[in-house]
Design a protein around this ligand. Structure first.
Ligand SMILES: Cc1cc2nc3c(=O)[nH]c(=O)nc-3n(C[C@H](O)[C@H](O)[C@H](O)COP(=O)(O)OP(=O)(O)OC[C@H]3O[C@@H](n4cnc5c(N)ncnc54)[C@H](O)[C@@H]3O)c2cc1C
Length: 328
């Protein structure tokens, strides 16, 4: 792909609609998008992702005709279909040749915007508190160290820059108040494979939140083959399958299986931690399990400090052997 500066133009704002209501943060993102569009002299496109568009449609249709509006109804599913959001957003981002993409930093946004960056291979400035253009370069102020310090980052024009805004840090503006935007209404149809990483419902495993036994896998699973070995053990134990954040980021297990501070918090009788290191974010979600068993090839892995029983070794050999043993 040619990524010269002249090729990249336009600001894309990825707004959110929940049950037909446009999130307040979308108005803040719109401020950021408008600031950049005006300073760079480029068109602004507002893409709305979310649910309940039959309620939001009259409002969206009433918007200033000078704004490009694209929307897509994300499947309404429980649990929240993060990967559908990533699929749609990635398609929007790669279909255009945007200079800047402004994305949400809401509770949901912090989960899917890093995946969007990973999927598209584009730089992401998260926790952004402000945007401006200095000498033709987009400059973003960001909160770091949990808001104890602030830093400014700039991005060259040779790559699309994704900016995830921190909610409540920038004044909201009415959508439609910006001038000098291009005239077009774009209604896009997207094909979304929401099943790509969703749970296999054909298998009758207990739900993660209620299961007495949980078998969780981490980065050490590596790929779908590793996941199969984990699932075989889960089935042999009549256990639910859980995941670490790294396994979810690698897209080998879905987010609804993530255990931890940004996943589910569970208290099963037995928790088997397989090929995961035991980060504080993960152990937050399972530390109160009655018995913790860890399988890890690194005897120094922090998970062993909280495990009642530990096995040091290669999970790819241990899991099939365990399944065989349980079956006999
Ligand atoms: C804001 C925020 C929220 C987060 N929320 C969560 C959350 O809710 N849940 C969560 O889990 N993480 C969360 N994370 C991510 C977290 O910080 C860790 O990055 C993640 O938990 C690491 O996952 P992991 O243990 O699978 O990977 P790693 O830390 O990379 O560990 C992989 C482990 O696998 C072992 N291993 C590798 N190969 C094998 C093998 N063949 N056999 C046996 N062992 C093997 C390695 O020795 C290593 O210990 C969050 C991070 C942030 C910043």
């Amino acid at each position: 792909m040619d990524t010269t500066m002249t090729d990249r133009s336009g600001i894309l704002v990825l707004g959110e609609v929940f049950a037909g209501i446009i999130s307040p943060h979308t108005h803040e993102m719109f401020t950021a998008g408008t600031t950049l569009a005006e300073a760079l002299g480029q068109p602004l496109t507002l893409a709305m992702l979310g649910t309940g568009f039959e309620d939001a449609e009259p409002y969206l249709e009433s918007l200033d005709e000078s704004i490009n509006v694209v929307w897509h109804e994300v499947l309404e599913e429980e649990p929240f279909p993060y990967m559908a959001w990533v699929d749609i957003a990635a398609q929007l981002v790669t279909d255009g040749n945007w200079r800047v993409v402004v994305a949400p930093g809401t509770g949901i946004g912090v989960d899917w915007t890093p995946r969007l960056a990973a999927r598209t291979g584009l730089p992401l400035a998260s926790w952004s508190t402000g945007v401006e253009v200095i000498d033709g370069q987009v400059a973003v102020t960001r909160d770091v160290l949990g808001g104890r310090a602030e830093t400014t980052v700039t991005c060259n024009a040779d790559a699309t820059f994704i900016i995830a805004m921190e909610p409540g840090m920038i004044a909201p503006s009415n959508i439609g108040s910006a001038e000098a935007l291009t005239l077009a209404d774009v209604f896009a149809e997207f094909s979304v494979d929401a099943s790509a990483t969703s749970v296999d419902t054909s298998v009758n495993r207990p739900p993660l939140k209620e299961a007495e036994r949980v078998v969780s896998g981490g980065r050490g699973l590596v790929d779908a083959e590793g996941v199969k070995k984990l699932e075989a053990l889960a089935d042999a134990l009549n256990a639910a399958v859980g995941a670490s954040g790294a396994a979810v980021l690698q897209e080998i297990l879905p987010h609804e299986m993530q255990v931890g501070s940004s996943g589910v918090v569970i208290r099963p009788k037995l928790y088997l931690a397989v090929g995961l290191s035991g980060s504080p974010q993960h152990t937050y979600g399972m530390k109160d399990a009655q018995y913790i068993v860890a399988i890890n090839q690194d005897e120094g892995a922090p998970i062993f400090q909280m495990a009642d029983f530990g096995v040091v070794g290669d999970l790819h050999k241990i899991l099939p052997a365990l399944v065989e043993e349980l079956k006999s």
